[in-house]
Ligand binder design. Structure first.
Ligand SMILES: [Zn+2]
Ligand SMILES: [Zn+2]
Length: 304
């Protein structure tokens, strides 16, 4: 079962030094979720051979251009390719106006429906849910309304132990009750405890995307213990004042967030164009949280 994050863009503000503005593609159980869509995202999708029709859900954190300037181009290409499947957009409500006006003045009527799910930047909400996954918004602290996204698998069913089922002659129609944790009572009224017949399921996987934001510990309870945290890290700590003024985070602060939230792994990204070499950002975050990686175009992070 797949749960992976592909980095399409890692730059803040402008494309520079081969770095592209923010975009990531999540593959969760073979469903594709695009998270932010900076300029050039479709070029990056082409580069990594991602077929556009596979994407049905696009999440936009906020309306700074480095997070959505690629959206109109991508939607337009999907239209030209003849797409008819609806596209779900999870975004600030103002994005609809921005899209509508571009469609209006180009006299374009998309062949597919855009279904909007507006984010609320004051209260965290579940904005996507299906059989095995939920996506919640994370309230971030940025210059304009901005939400992150928390992707979390639902708790999985217990695993049946085939040889034990045979040993205790458990009828097939009991399997589904066993998977949800019930004990088995045989025809003589003997209770066989569930843990004799099943094994613990794999822990649900989780991924938190936090860009853009200033350092804000109010985020911690929601992202506690996630398997993988992406946190923006626009500056080095010697630019902490600049980070605060612009509502961004330093590498050290991103490391602190990861440590305090006791996450398993951290990815840092959204690097300022002032840094041609981004390894000092990695070193700084690692001093606080050793299991840190840089978000770099083409990198794939697998959660197991
Ligand atoms: Zn940004
Ligand atoms: Zn921003």
């Amino acid at each position: 079962v797949v749960f992976e994050v592909l980095i399409l863009g890692s730059s803040s503000a402008t494309p520079i030094y081969q770095r592209h503005p923010s975009a990531q593609l999540l593959n969760i159980h073979e469903r594709f979720f695009l998270v932010d869509c900076g300029e050039g995202t479709q070029m990056q999708l082409n580069r990594y051979k991602i077929k556009y029709p596979r994407i049905h859900h696009i999440f936009i954190s906020h309306l700074h251009g480095d997070h959505y300037f690629g959206l109109m181009g991508l939607l337009s290409s999907m239209h030209l390719q003849g797409r008819t499947d609806e596209m779900h957009l999870y975004c600030p409500k103002e994005l609809q106006e921005i899209i509508d006006i571009q469609l209006k003045y180009s006299d374009t009527r998309l062949r597919f429906n855009l279904i909007y799910h507006f984010t609320d930047h004051e209260t965290s909400k579940t904005i996507f849910e299906d059989d095995d996954l939920t996506v919640e918004t994370i309230i971030l602290n940025h210059r304009i309304p901005c939400t992150g996204f928390l992707f979390r698998e639902k708790p999985k069913k217990r695993k049946l132990l085939r040889e034990k089922l045979e040993q205790y002659h458990v009828p097939r129609e009991q399997y589904s009750a066993l998977k949800s944790g019930q004990d088995y009572v045989n025809d003589r009224g003997v209770v066989i405890p569930n843990e004799k017949l099943t094994d613990d399921p794999k822990a649900p996987c989780s991924y938190a995307y936090c860009s853009d934001t200033m350092y804000d510990e109010r985020i911690i309870p929601q992202i506690k213990n996630v398997d993988l945290l992406y946190h923006e890290s626009t500056f080095l700590e010697d630019k902490a004042d600049r980070a605060k003024e612009t509502f961004h985070t330093t590498a050290r602060q991103a490391g602190l967030m990861a440590r305090k939230a006791e996450v398993k792994r951290l990815i840092i990204g959204h690097f300022s164009s002032r840094y041609k070499d981004i390894y000092p950002l990695l070193e700084e975050a690692k001093q606080v949280f050793p299991d840190t990686s840089l978000a770099q175009e083409g990198d794939k992070f697998i959660i197991e």
